[in-house]
Design a protein around this ligand. Structure first.
Ligand code: PAN
Ligand code: ZN
Length: 191
C-alpha cells in the first residue's frame, strides 16, 4: 500500500437493479434533457421545437460511490429513453477520454449501441442485454437507443480517464444514427 498517497476505497458490494436501472449504494445521478444536448442533433429547428414543447429527458446516468480518481474503476448505469429528434435517435453527448484509456460497456436492457470514432475511422457496435462493448483507448464514444423501450447499460472505466466533450464538438462523431421507419440507418457525420 505504500505506493498509494491515499488508501483506495474499501472493497464493497454494489447491488444493481436492472428494472429500475439503479445502483445501491449509489453516488450522484445526472439527468440530461434535450436542451443539454445543444449542438448534438443535426436539425436545429426540430431541436428547438422539441425543447420548447416539453424539453424531454433524453438520458440519465447513475454513478456508483467509487470516485473518479486514478487507479479506481468507477461504474455507472446509463438509461437512454426511446425517442428521436429531427429523425435522429436519442443519444448521449459523446466524449473522448481526456487521458486516452479504454472502457467496458455491458448491455442490461433494450436495444442500442455505440458509435466509435478515432478521428478517422468510424465503427458501430450493437449492444443488447448480455453483450459487452469494448471501447479501446483513443476512440470517442456516443451511445444510441435504437429501440422502442429504454436502453440501459453498465459502464466501467478508469477513474482517471476524464471526459472531453469538446473533442466531439470539434472532430465530430463519425456517424449519425437516424431512425427510418423505426430502423437504424447510419450516415456519415459531416462537420
Ligand atoms: C459513460 C458515459 C455516459 C453518458 O459513463 O459518461 O453513458 O454519456 P456522456 O458522458 O457522453 O454524456 C462513459 O462513457 N464514461 O466514460
Ligand atoms: Zn467514456
Amino acid at each position: 500500500m505504500s505506493e498509494f498517497a491515499k488508501r483506495p476505497i474499501e472493497p464493497m458490494q454494489i447491488s444493481l437493479d436492472i428494472a429500475s436501472g439503479s445502483l445501491t449504494p449509489s453516488g450522484p445521478t445526472l439527468t440530461r434533457r434535450l436542451s443539454d444536448l445543444d449542438g448534438c442533433f443535426l436539425n436545429p429547428k426540430e431541436f428547438q421545437s422539441d425543447v420548447t414543447s416539453g424539453n424531454p429527458i433524453v438520458y440519465d446516468v447513475i454513478s456508483s460511490l467509487v470516485p473518479e480518481t486514478a487507479r479506481e474503476l468507477p461504474q455507472s448505469i446509463t438509461t437512454i429513453y426511446p425517442g428521436s429528434c429531427g429523425g435522429e435517435f436519442y443519444m448521449t453527448k459523446g466524449h473522448q477520454h481526456l487521458d486516452l484509456q479504454g472502457e467496458i460497456y455491458y448491455g442490461l436492457e433494450g436495444t442500442g449501441g455505440i458509435i466509435l470514432f478515432d478521428g478517422k475511422i468510424s465503427k458501430w457496435l450493437e449492444i443488447t442485454p448480455g453483450k459487452i462493448g469494448y471501447i479501446p483507448p483513443g476512440w470517442a464514444h456516443r451511445s444510441i437507443n435504437t429501440g422502442a423501450i429504454k436502453y440501459k447499460f453498465l459502464a466501467v472505466y478508469p477513474g482517471s480517464a476524464g471526459h472531453d466533450y469538446g473533442w466531439v464538438l470539434k472532430n465530430g462523431m463519425g456517424y449519425r444514427a437516424f431512425s427510418e421507419n423505426g430502423k437504424l440507418v447510419l450516415k456519415d457525420f459531416v462537420i
